[in-house]
Design a protein around this ligand. Structure first.
Ligand code: DAH
Length: 444
């Protein structure tokens, strides 16, 4: 199971293109309107009305919103960096994947994992999609915050839209560039030495996490050190004051080796917060072909990407990821720009479960993400979670070869009023009829 804003490796291995596209083709309009522009559709189109409605909202720029405060807090830690937050979520698969050296068969490319307007245009799945473009504009130290989109299951910590901040720094690959990094390393190390932080480190380079052929290992060591010092001090800035870190009880940060197609060596960072290790970000020394693609081959540097919702959920004690999208004044009026305060829960309305049990036509598959998008399009944020009730019911009939599935949908209103059983029934009836139309299922 993935957490919001979780790192790329966690979505590996889930993308089996389902046959539903053939069924959908018949119902597909020729055009879709996205952010006021019309685009032709094709066999890859899977962007849904619910998702289209989220594109203009940009929660990370809405004053007082927790995600906006968190963005500003990160930006305040890197005052000399360019701060970008208004790039369009529409990118080409080439920008999102190819320019970052993703392999051609990477599962993240599949229609079950990502949202496509058509085969040439998609919603960015991560802020790294803008790296080449931003380096290409000549930026050398920058932060970029944006909404990102991944198809997913539905529950309290997963939402198909979340927010990330990407950060990067590149310097000239010569003695002047290295001197700049060395001086910065000394300054950062002195600051961290005076602070209550305990760091569990891994070597900058290892056989599994090697130096790139294009790089001098001494340069890579300095860059990796600068990356680690910069991010350790960011962790202190975000979490230090909040865990009340003291000499006896320091903030604990740990580094883990990782793999990303566009960085080597690569790492992940976790922070120990309220009794748990929390996965915070992915990062690494930028793969030189990425910088070549941006026409800055004479530079080298580091990049990181972190998910905002997960951090905001723990800093503000926000228990459900849907709350970030709430228009309820009981949510929004609790927050002030620049202040991190503990969320005060207001009364939770009762949940209402409905089971949907059906037979799939022979040979037909139904990806869980397709089911979840269908439910979200009908019920919006009134759906709290969707679970495959596999223990109850998930089997293939030995004679007819038809597959039977049962999903349990939990409907619950988060905003302003209780959801009646009649309303939940009516939503569920719409889910059932849409399932019949789109996937030709037989309800049991
Ligand atoms: N884009 C990655 C994700 O969404 C996070 C990430 C990892 C960003 C490594 C980076 C990086 O810039 O170097 O999971």
């Amino acid at each position: 199971m993935r957490l919001p804003g979780s790192l790329w490796r966690n979505i590996h291995g889930r993308g089996v293109p389902s046959r539903y596209l053939a069924n959908m083709a018949a119902n597909r309009p020729c055009h879709v309107t996205v952010l006021g522009e019309e685009y032709p559709t094709d066999h890859m189109t899977n962007i849904s009305p619910t998702i289209v409605s989220k594109l203009p909202l940009k929660l990370h720029t809405q004053p007082s919103h927790p995600l906006s405060t968190l963005r500003a807090l990160i930006e305040s830690h890197f005052p000399s960096y360019a701060h970008l937050s208004s790039l369009s979520p529409l990118v080409t698969p080439y920008q999102n994947f190819d320019l970052l050296s993703f392999p051609a068969d990477h599962p993240g490319r599949s229609v079950t994992d990502s949202y496509y307007v058509n085969k040439d245009l998609m919603l960015r799945t991560h802020t790294s999609a803008h790296e080449v473009e931003v380096f290409g504009r000549g930026e050398t130290k920058w932060l970029l915050t944006a909404d990102v989109y991944r198809r997913d299951e539905i529950d309290g910590s997963h939402y198909p839209v979340f927010h990330q901040t990407e950060g990067a720094r590149i310097v000239s690959a010569n003695s002047a560039g290295m001197k700049e990094i060395e001086e910065d390393n000394e300054r950062l190390a002195a600051h961290l030495e005076r602070s209550s932080i305990e760091i569990e480190d891994v070597p900058h380079l290892s056989p599994m996490n090697p130096c790139q052929p294009a790089h001098d290992p001494k340069h890579t060591e300095l860059i990796a050190k600068n990356l680690k010092l910069s991010l350790n001090s960011l962790m202190l800035h975000l979490f230090g004051g909040r865990v009340g870190a003291t000499a006896q009880n320091p903030l604990k940060v740990r580094w883990i080796e990782a793999t990303f197609p566009w960085t080597t060596p690569s790492f992940e960072v976790e922070v120990f917060f309220r009794g748990k290790w929390l996965e915070i970000l992915g990062c690494g020394v930028i793969y030189q072909p990425t910088l070549d693609n941006a026409n800055v081959s004479d530079k080298l540097g580091w990049a990181f990407g972190l998910g905002l919702e997960r951090i905001a959920m723990v800093l503000y004690s926000i228990p459900d990821i849907r709350l970030f999208w709430s228009q309820d004044p009981r949510f929004l009026s609790q927050f002030k720009q620049g202040e991190i305060t503990t969320f005060k829960p207001y009364s939770k309305y009762p949940a209402c479960f409905k089971d949907v049990s059906f037979w799939l036509p022979e040979g037909q598959t139904l990806h869980e993400n397709d089911f979840c998008d269908l439910v979200r399009d009908i019920a919006g944020d009134v759906v709290e979670d969707v679970k495959l009730a596999s223990l109850i019911d998930d089997f293939t009939h030995p004679k007819t070869n038809r597959k039977s599935l049962c999903y349990r949908i939990n409907y619950r209103s988060m905003d302003s009023r209780s959801l009646s059983n009649d309303e939940a029934n009516s939503l569920n009836t719409q889910v059932v009829s849409c399932l019949r139309d789109r996937f030709r299922v037989v309800i049991r």
